[in-house]
Design a protein around this ligand. Structure first.
Ligand code: SF4
Ligand code: SF4
Length: 406
């Protein structure tokens, strides 16, 4: 696809990147049936190809409308289209640039700006989010059903093992997961402890930056990244083996640190190193001897939900099935291919109608073989699925943490 850049973008690095990315699209349309929003609406403007055309128009005309912004907002950033594209389209990267430009060319109404700023503020601060969730959990039994389903049940994660092993890895504690499902990272520490690995965390590290970056607050997102790099750097210099993420959405952000800070001379090299060291928790486990774990596998059929970030961004579509099968769990078969569940960060709050329809479809597919529970690998998906599922939805590491499952 040929793009003639408008003078406004012709001399900017973002304009040139967007032109190069857009030109990879050959308009074949193979991505359309894989796009959840196109399958939902059958509107070409809600498809990957349609959105690429909208961004091309923005790049060439230098202007955008509220309608363009709406169709870009409706994208889940699931990146299913990247996996389907025979032309190697880097759609997620193009969308981030397009969304940043839209904020300038088609500013939002004030109410929308305030709502998005509020979501960014709360979701990227785990202490604040934890305090608000704690309040919600206290009054949860009194709330009406729909609101109650949005508040996760309070978890009591139990004991944290001492950092006693020579093998050490850094753990990204994150923000939403840390506040909403503390079981996950404590289970990860216990499981790796049994395998002779200590997970350590850097107190100054926080949100991976995805909340800000994917809501087009790019400067704030990059600041989150720089803060994490500063917090982790002493551990990296000390020879940490890996930087482990137990939420695939955060892991997808970490692997992008090198690209996102490539133009920052003070951080480019460090960011590349962080991305190189970043591993999903499942990738770590896959290389270890799971026979050393005493796992209670008698929990009934487990339906596996592979988040889009694990499947498409981290390119690990079979990781969860391989791990849980190897550990001895009975896996519930699914007949249809899964599309995005509709969680997608803050999408379930900002595009709730589409999100609900995608959630219904995903749960129908996941529960078709009557599983006893659903295992997933990303906090957003876990909370979203649990809000409507009639079986427990857990992070897969909890299943390998035998004290919690016996
Ligand atoms: S599959 Fe790739 S090349 Fe084909 S229309 Fe979609 S993005 Fe463009
Ligand atoms: S990222 Fe997902 S929702 Fe967005 S265009 Fe691609 S397939 Fe569609």
């Amino acid at each position: 696809m040929h793009v003639e850049l408008h003078p406004r973008f012709a001399y900017t690095a973002q304009g040139r990147s967007a032109r190069a990315l857009t030109s990879a699209c050959v308009h074949c349309g193979f991505c359309l049936p894989t796009c959840p929003t196109y399958v939902d609406s059958r509107d070409e403007r809600d498809s990957p190809r349609g959105r690429i055309y909208l961004i091309k128009h923005l790049l060439e005309s230098g202007t955008a409308t509220a309608q363009t912004r709406l169709h870009l907002d409706r994208c889940l950033t699931c990146r299913n289209c990247e996996t389907a594209c025979p032309s190697g389209m880097q759609y997620g990267e193009l969308l981030d640039i397009g969304r940043g430009m839209i904020e300038q060319q088609a500013p939002r109404p004030v109410v929308s700006k305030i709502l998005r700023a509020l979501l960014r503020f709360v979701f990227s601060r785990w202490q604040l989010l934890g305090a608000l969730l704690g309040l919600g959990q206290t009054v949860r039994p009194l709330l009406p059903g729909r609101l109650r389903s949005k508040i996760p049940v309070r978890q009591f994660p139990g004991s944290v093992p001492a950092e006693q092993h020579a093998r050490r890895m850094l753990l990204l504690e994150g923000c939403v997961q840390r506040a909403a499902t503390p079981n996950t990272n404590v289970a990860a520490r216990r499981v790796l402890d049994r395998l002779g690995i200590s997970l350590v965390s850097a107190p100054q590290a926080g949100c991976c930056g995805a909340v800000n970056y994917h809501l087009a607050a790019h400067a704030d997102g990059l600041d989150n990244i720089r803060r994490n790099i500063d917090a982790w750097w002493p551990y990296i210099e000390n020879g940490t083996e890996a930087i482990v993420s137990s939420a695939s959405g955060c892991g997808a952000m970490l692997v992008d640190y090198g690209r996102l800070l490539a133009a920052d001379p003070a951080y480019a090299e460090k960011a590349r190193r962080v991305s190189h060291l970043c591993r999903d928790l499942g990738e770590i486990l896959l290389e270890e001897d799971l026979g050393k774990l005493i796992v209670n596998t008698q929990v009934g059929r487990v339906a596996i939900h592979t988040p889009c970030t694990l499947h498409h961004a981290l390119q690990q579509p079979k990781l969860l099935a391989t791990l849980l099968e190897r550990a001895g769990f009975e896996i519930a078969p699914t007949t249809e291919k899964l599309l995005c569940c509709g969680s997608a960060g803050t999408y379930s709050l900002l595009q709730s109608d589409i999100s609900k329809r995608l959630l219904t479809n995903t749960l129908r597919t996941l529960t078709s073989a009557k599983p006893r529970l659903i295992a997933t690998a990303n906090i957003g998906c876990q909370l979203h699925l649990q809000s409507a599922a009639d079986v427990p939805v857990r992070h897969w590491i909890e299943l390998l943490d035998s004290p919690n499952t016996e």
